[in-house]
Design a protein around this ligand. Structure first.
Ligand code: MF3
Ligand code: CO
Length: 253
């Protein structure tokens, strides 16, 4: 069942989302050769608490292997859910994906960005631009009365023009009191369990796009997904509010 948010809940997500966008900006400014991803996580966690929020990812998942950090930091062929570590040091030319969720006044917003470090390859640059634009093209379809599949089709058809591929094993989701609410939101046109979008739904839209083939696999830590062919992957995510005639992007300033 897809939850419709109340005005109060929406206001919390609006304020939380703006704060989260500011936190992401600060993390982005710190990303440079030589910094390790645990330092980024510590910064993120401090900023979340300083702003009156709580990390939404920490402790998520199975009891025997809960997600241990505030952010996910995934580099190059790592797709998503990379666990921050002192041993993972950012280098010139990397594609660094940062994903962060924050609970604020009981409501969660969720966002991700891909940061190129210094000068990256032309192909990497194209992949990042295409993924960001694919999310924008998808967002342009979100309005009360639209079909969810309009989003999925917009993302996939845009990405295809570049020869990149859309990951199928992972999808976007509704978000609110909990991190993963209905509906599931594929970024490709197959198997979309279609629904009609309604005013007051809040959705985390998150295309994950591969330079090569769409297949991914789970790493030994039980969290980090990597591309099967070892090529690059990019990820952008925003939390949006469905409205009449369009949507409001809650995780941008
Ligand atoms: N944005 C991701 C998602 O919605 C991040 C989740 S990390 C997790 O799945 F640890 F919370 F799973
Ligand atoms: Co998400």
């Amino acid at each position: 069942m897809v939850v419709i948010k109340t005005q109060n809940e929406i206001e919390s997500m609006r304020r939380g989302g703006k704060i989260l966008a500011g936190i992401m900006e600060e993390i982005g400014e710190k990303i440079a050769p030589g910094i390790n991803t645990l330092e980024l996580d510590k910064l993120a966690e401090r900023l979340v608490f300083d702003n009156g929020g709580k990390p939404a990812f920490k402790g998520y998942g199975e009891k025997n292997n809960p997600y241990p950090a505030t952010i996910c930091a995934s580099i190059n062929n790592e797709v998503v859910h990379g666990i921050p570590s002192e041993k993972i040091i950012i280098r010139e030319g990397d594609l660094v994906k940062i994903d962060i969720g924050m609970e604020y006044k009981g409501m969660i917003t969720d966002m991700a960005r891909t940061f190129p470090v210094g000068t990256v390859s032309l192909e990497a640059h194209k992949l990042v631009k295409a993924t960001q634009e694919a999310l924008n093209q998808g967002i342009a379809k979100i309005r009360a009365g639209a079909k969810l599949s309009e989003y999925s089709e917009a993302v996939e058809s845009y990405v295809r023009t570049f020869g990149f591929s859309v990951i199928r094993d992972l999808v976007g989701h509704g978000v609110g009191k909990i991190l993963h609410e209905d509906p599931q939101i594929p970024n490709y046109r197959w198997n979309v369990k279609d629904i009609i979008l309604k005013e007051g739904m809040t959705l985390a839209l998150e295309p994950m796009i591969n330079e090569g083939k769409f297949r991914i696999k789970l790493g030994a830590d039980g969290w980090t997904y990597i591309t099967d062919d070892g090529k690059l992957s990019a990820h952008f995510e925003d939390t949006v509010l469905v409205k009449k005639g369009g949507c409001e992007i809650l995780t941008r300033k």
